[in-house]
Design a protein around this ligand. Sequence first.
Ligand SMILES: O=C(O)CCC(=O)C(=O)O
Length: 341
Amino acid sequence: MKNPMQLFQLFLYYPVFLIGYIQHKLFHKTNKYAYLSFRKLYGLTQGKINRFFSDKISKDVGKYDMPATTTGVLGSFGQEKVCDITHQIREHGYYVFEEKVPMPICNALIEFAKNNPANTVPSKQEHEYIRFDPQRLQAPMYKFREQDIIKNNEVREIITDMNFFAIAQEYLDCKPINDLILMWWSANHLNKASSEAAQLYHFDMDHLKFLKFFVYLTDVNEHNGPHCYVKKSHKYKPQSLYADQRFSDEQITTAYPQEDIQVIKGGIGTVMAVDTSGIHKGKVVESGERLIFQIEYTNSLFGQKNESLSKYKDAFSDDQLQLMANKPYSFQRYIDEKRTT
Ligand SMILES: O=C(O)CCC(=O)C(=O)O
């Protein structure tokens, strides 16, 4: 039952969201106020708004036919395995793969990350774009720019990885849209958790529904920033944790049993699929550093704006371009010059 204030907010935000959603369908641009209203509506409706529009997208968009076996950097996956992994993500909100990304791929990405500049987060100056140097730390997070990350063959291999694609399609229940690639270093800067570096508990609300794949590119233990995830919190949150803000560890430990608060450690190459609409954070780094890669799939580009990467299309191999051309809806960001979001 909603109180009068919540009802008032529903009547205020819903039309703004709806008009913006229709505008997005017509013009492929997200209106800022519509997006902010959507974020409010997620909390006010406890995610019902997302489920309603996602069901509609599933019906409208449909799925690509997939072969019985898909392949990617983790090897070959049969359809049954894809369904089993998806089931586990639906149940728990995350899944840690048994298979690891092969070392040559990890090594190439580490080499890139050691030798190329990244944006410091939070940034002292507007565009601090420097190499990560653990001896002279300027910030808790060094985030690479997408236009730099995409220059790596290994990244393009992950973008066109059909295992991740098949899992995303099953989980999102529609043709998935590949909408974001990220890579960043985390390290101990000033010994405190940084909100901007996602080191305080929060949930993401980038789009109506989305799934992220993370790859650890350093060994990750208790002390160098493991990803922490509250099991099932993508489905169940107390009303107070639907607020669009950061939460303290205490708020989380009070709301959930200790066994549901998962600290995901893993060797280099560990991969996890995570629905980060559940509550999560990167644990603050106490010592050492963590390098992580992330790729996101979504069911709709309404929401966070990410620039088109079609300028870098020629870097993909002919086979990869063919694969993307066969799934233009999913890879619009990489092949469609007209798309900006
Ligand atoms: O650094 C982490 O493990 C958390 C990352 C995060 O919050 C995110 O990608 O949404």
